[in-house]
Design a protein around this ligand. Structure first.
Ligand code: WTA
Length: 629
């Protein structure tokens, strides 16, 4: 057991937690430290390869790193087929509860059969290896089935979060040039129906590449079905072509698995590319060790599959580990604030993984709601998406975890694919710190000139070692990949976050240093919100910033200059908010819109969001020598 020598508010692991852990983490740290490639090779050997790799890492063409060279595999095969000749065959792979109380389960056998059938359906729609398929759905099992079926046939999935709207969907379909869109008639959220099909129809008017639309019947309400283009999922699955068996496509380790669009420093969202081999190995191992996955665990990652957290840790990670993944469709507090706690009790969830914003939101309703439920099945907790304030950490630890469950504060990104800075069960915890890099990773915090900062000083967080689940590139834009991630400090991956390291070597993430906002844990770009605003006829110019918000972490505030002929009114402001909701999605609706006559700009015309933020917060804007006026 670790000596109690750390400074600050420290929670040391109990003997029980250490004894239960599926690995000795001191050994993991030292083995990865001594032989980094050997560490990952050993992890990869736990998975199935049709042909073994010749070499673990190829760094001859930096920053285009490759892993498991010439290895042949398929992530879907490793998620499903490998479990069929084991006692996992009839174990539950997925448990799902709908917001309206609907309930479904899939054993590994049943999920495999369903995925095979849908893989055959996709083939019959003409989808070939390497082609893109956009998936736009609520949190329903068919979303996971569609992702796995794409992986199985070697198609590249691009999941668009079901909370996004028309323009966000259009942009992503267009950029990926998808031939097929898989969606649903609707999704339940807070007792209302999200009109997924209606939004899809509107987005498809702007996107030309889609030939077929597959529609899952979830709500059963009236929707438009375009003859010749739109087909019901259940009709297709009933056809003879939807055969139970499908010969998996053999993929090279470096073959693309998915695109996931995320917000960057400037302009349009970019498609982050992940591949079959390295991504599979990275998420398999991180989930296994960090969340101490055991045979009989029921793991609930409460994120949405539309974001990286759901890709890696609702769908692929738990299945690779042969665990049971739980998925819930709806809002945490619907129809009452104990909905989550009730489900933890009902399904005997052992591990809960969520975001600080959800914890803060649930905390507001008080302890009485969770206290009404037996949460003793919980063994471990996790958090992700933004820094967790120590107050929320302690509430989560005490009220939800009963002071027995360690909290894994996992720092990572769409780009990293897997956990990067994170505790493991045996690591002493400090509320608000992600603790240490995952075994073998070298991380640093640098100043503007590239020198490591002193303890407790803020700087740019960088990663100095490649890792198997790293993004391979930005789809269609390799130059942007090089420039954005590897341009500031040659040879190092720039995360876009600022952080500090304390005297014990613990990392504390402060937040984004670019024009990316984390709103309720969701990643949005100021540029996307601004372009949604200026697509309204009344708006000439717009600037969006994030300001601190008690529950959301950050809330969006926008400043707008009107076109001549339009005048300021509360009605117009509300119309602009609705317009952003319609184009981007409800999560992007600004909290507050202010109509202004001018915006602070540099002499070259760039909006200085930093000045707007300082003014809103009533603090010193710092150096404003480049300000035009
Ligand atoms: C932030 C989400 C503090 C960070 C997996 C990062 C965090 C961005 C944490 C990536 C954490 C994620 N503590 N901040 N534990 N986890 N972040 O791509 O700013 O949606 O750069 O991936 O979320 O967001 P993304």
């Amino acid at each position: 057991m670790a000596e109690k020598t750390l400074s600050g508010d420290v929670y040391y692991p109990t003997e029980e937690v250490i004894n239960h852990a599926n690995a000795n983490c001191e050994e993991l740290y030292s083995s990865a430290e001594n032989d980094y490639e050997g560490f990952w090779a050993k992890e990869a050997e736990n998975l199935l390869w049709f042909d073994k790799w010749d070499k673990v890492l190829d760094d001859s063409n930096k920053p285009f790193f490759k892993w498991f060279i010439n290895g042949k595999t398929n992530i879907c095969y490793n998620c499903l087929d490998v479990h069929l000749n084991t006692p996992h065959r009839n174990k539950l792979a997925l448990i799902w509860e709908g917001e309206n109380g609907d309930f479904r389960t899939y054993s590994y056998f049943a999920l495999h059969r369903e995925v095979n059938k849908f893989a055959n359906v996709l083939k019959s729609l003409g989808i070939q290896k390497g082609e893109r398929v956009t998936i736009y759905m609520g949190r329903v099992p068919e979303l996971a089935i569609a992702m796995l079926a794409c992986a199985r046939i070697g198609a590249i999935h691009s999941v668009v979060y079901g909370g996004f709207s028309v323009e966000a969907l259009h942009e992503r379909i267009d950029d990926s040039q998808s031939k097929v869109l898989i969606t649903a008639d609707g999704a339940y959220q807070r007792g209302k129906i999200v009109e997924l099909k209606k939004i899809s129809d509107e987005a498809l008017q702007r996107a030309a590449t889609v030939e077929s639309v597959v529609v899952v019947k979830r709500t059963g309400h009236e929707i438009n079905m375009e003859p010749g283009r739109d087909m019901w999922y259940h009709d297709l699955m009933a056809l003879p072509i939807a055969n139970n068996s499908h010969n998996v496509e053999i993929m090279d380790a470096e073959d693309p698995l998915f695109l996931l669009y995320t917000s960057g420093t400037t302009g349009k969202p970019k498609a982050i590319l992940h591949v079959h081999g390295g991504y599979m190995v990275g998420i398999y191992s991180t989930l296994k060790y960090v969340f101490d996955i055991h045979e009989d665990d029921r793991f609930w990652c409460a994120a949405d599959p539309g974001w990286i957290t759901g890709h890696s840790y609702i769908v692929y990670g738990p299945l690779l580990n042969g665990a049971t993944s739980f998925m819930y469709e709806g809002a945490p507090t619907f129809p009452y604030p104990s909905r989550w706690w009730q489900m933890i009790e009902k399904y005997g969830i052992n591990i809960l993984y969520t975001a600080p914003t959800a914890i803060r939101g649930l905390m507001r309703y008080g302890e009485a709601w969770p206290n009404r439920h037996d949460l003793s099945s919980l063994r471990l907790l996790g958090t992700v998406g933004e820094p967790i304030n120590p107050e929320a950490w302690r509430w989560y630890y005490k009220v939800i975890g009963g002071e027995r469950c360690p909290i894994m504060d996992t720092w990572w990104q769409t780009e990293t694919g897997m956990f990067m800075i994170t505790p493991m069960p045996c690591v002493p915890l400090k509320p608000g710190s992600g603790t240490k890099p995952f075994p073998g990773l070298k991380v640093d915090i640098l100043d503007e000139e590239g020198n490591p900062v002193k303890p407790n000083e803020e700087g740019f967080l960088v990663i100095k070692t490649p890792w198997p689940a790293m993004l391979r590139t930005i789809w269609n834009d390799p130059d942007r990949y090089i420039e954005q991630y590897w341009g500031k400090y040659p040879g190092m991956y720039l995360t876009g976050d600022s952080a500090k390291r304390d005297e014990d070597g613990y990392y504390w993430i402060i937040g984004r240093v670019d024009d990316v906002l984390k709103v309720s844990g969701y990643r949005l770009g100021t540029a996307e919100i601004e372009s949604a605003l200026v697509s309204h006829p009344a708006v000439a110019e717009a600037a969006a910033i994030g300001l601190p918000h008690e529950v959301k972490g950050n809330a969006i505030h926008a400043y707008v200059i009107l076109r001549t002929g339009h005048s300021k009114s509360d009605k117009l402001i509300e119309e602009l908010r609705q317009h952003v909701g319609h184009e981007m999605g409800p999560i992007a609706k600004p909290e507050h819109i202010e109509i202004v006559d001018s915006l602070p700009k540099t002499r070259s015309g760039k909006i200085m969001r930093r000045v707007l933020k300082a003014k809103a917060l009533g603090v010193d804007p710092g150096n404003i020598s480049t300000l035009a006026e």
